[in-house]
Design a protein around this ligand. Structure first.
Ligand code: PLP
Length: 418
């Protein structure tokens, strides 16, 4: 046998496969609702340069402007960053998610490390837990919402932590299975690790209400569970960075043992730059310093030093008051457009087309994604009959809809559910 002959062929990533099929499709009205990347009303990534020209101070996208500033800054070099990342970036990123008046930050008990976007933050967090979490007699397990971002399963398995599902989505209500979720928190052995989505749950778009978050925090505290919070969409749920960080900050305030994974892919439109951070909250400063030292050792063995470019861009945006305000406005624009698409889709289905079924969830869910509640067969029919690309679970990326294609989508959806 030749070397590697027994290696099984892995299936391609379903989301990226979907995008490839969409790209090949020649149908003029085709729509891609698969990938979770923002598109403007012209189906262009992020905010197009054309629209930005309307804003007096900014002649191009903020990222391009920031890049120009960076490229012309001769004081910047191409040296290695510290292993734990650009300090101005990690400090500002921690404030952004935990809040500038966070008690944990004031007490210097947050270890923040720059990571390869949100995926890298999840990986480093999982790796750290696999090595250092006080598992006791418990098996190395992580409780993941059913469903969750598919990569969560792979990321934890890679570091020897077995994923187990907890109930989250209720297909009957197309909403949260709150009783099931709290039941799982209560039934799990003490000090279990629960992965929670900080806001804009992927793939369902279903988030707990503040009252439900409070009950989740109480159950976590009672069982001494660990909250592994993944927050990849801060700003995308409501359009307000602080509002979307509410649950994370509430957990810190309540003293739930936790870490937070942060990504700037979606909210800063920096998908390819791979800029994110992991923040581990410890009980005190001394412990936090130990945690950070070990995170540094782990990062060193995997990437040595994180990349500079994206971190410099985000650092500039977060640390410059004018750029920060302009970015917040962009986030309001992006989230606002998604919310408008939800309203328009809902209006078309309910008022114009009288599509059978209840569609309230379209406007009740938040963030980039919506779980439509349609069956795998109906999802498939949308692809084959209407050239509308979406995942088999009926999830649609609202960002793929715009004022020009929402009617075609509503009509196509109406046709497959009738
Ligand atoms: N976590 C969730 C829930 C996500 O949906 C994503 C992206 O789709 C990520 C993390 C990580 O994304 P990235 O590595 O691009 O920041």
């Amino acid at each position: 046998r030749k070397l590697w002959q027994s290696v099984p062929l892995a299936p391609p990533d379903s989301i990226f496969q979907l995008t490839a099929a969409y790209k090949e499709d020649k149908f003029p009205q085709k729509i891609n609702l698969g990938v979770g990347a923002y598109r403007d009303d012209d189906n262009k990534p992020w905010i197009s340069a054309r629209r930005q020209r309307g804003l007096a101070a900014l002649s191009n996208t903020k990222k391009k402007r920031a890049t120009r500033i960076l490229l012309s800054d001769e004081t910047l070099d191409h040296e290695y960053l510290p292993i734990t990342g650009l300090p101005e970036f990690t400090a500002a990123a921690a404030k952004l998610i935990l809040g500038s008046s966070s008690p944990a930050l004031a007490e210097s008990r947050v270890a923040s490390v720059q990571t390869i976007s949100g995926t890298g933050a999840n990986h480093l967090g999982a790796l750290f837990l696999s090595k250092f979490y006080q598992w006791g007699t418990n098996e190395k397990k992580v409780y993941l919402s059913n469903p969750t971002w598919a990569n969560h399963h792979a990321i934890f398995k890679n570091v020897g932590i077995g994923p187990v599902d907890y109930p989250y989505y209720d297909p009957k209500t197309i909403g949260l299975d709150f009783t099931g979720l709290v039941g799982a928190l209560n039934a799990a052995p003490e000090r279990s690790v629960f992965l929670l989505h900080g806001c804009a749950h992927n793939p369902t778009g279903v988030d707990p209400t503040p009252e439900q978050w409070a009950a989740i925090a109480d159950a976590m505290l009672a069982k001494k569970h660990y909250a592994f919070v993944d927050c990849a969409y801060q700003g995308f749920a409501s359009g307000d960075l602080d509002k979307d960080a509410w649950a994370v900050r509430f957990f810190v305030e309540k003293g739930v043992a936790m870490l937070v994974c942060q990504s700037f892919a979606k909210n800063a439109g920096l998908y390819g730059e791979r800029v994110g951070a992991l923040h581990i909250v410890s009980p005190d400063q001394e412990t936090s310093a130990k945690v950070k030292s070990q995170l540094s050792v782990l990062s060193r063995s995997e990437i040595s030093n994180p990349p500079t470019h994206g971190a410099r861009i985000v650092s500039m945006i977060l640390n410059n008051p004018n750029m920060f305000e302009a970015w917040k406005q962009d986030i309001r624009t992006m989230a606002g457009r998604i919310i408008d698409m939800r309203k328009e889709l809902f209006r078309l289905l309910t008022e114009e087309l009288h599509t059978p079924g209840n569609w309230d969830h379209i406007v009740n869910q938040i963030g980039m994604f919506s779980f439509t509640g349609i069956t795998p067969a109906q999802s498939k029919a949308l692809i084959t009959d209407a050239h509308v690309y979406l995942t088999g679970n009926g999830r649609i990326s609202m960002a793929g809809l715009n004022s020009k294609n929402v009617r075609y989508f509503a009509e196509s959806l109406d046709a497959v559910v009738r």
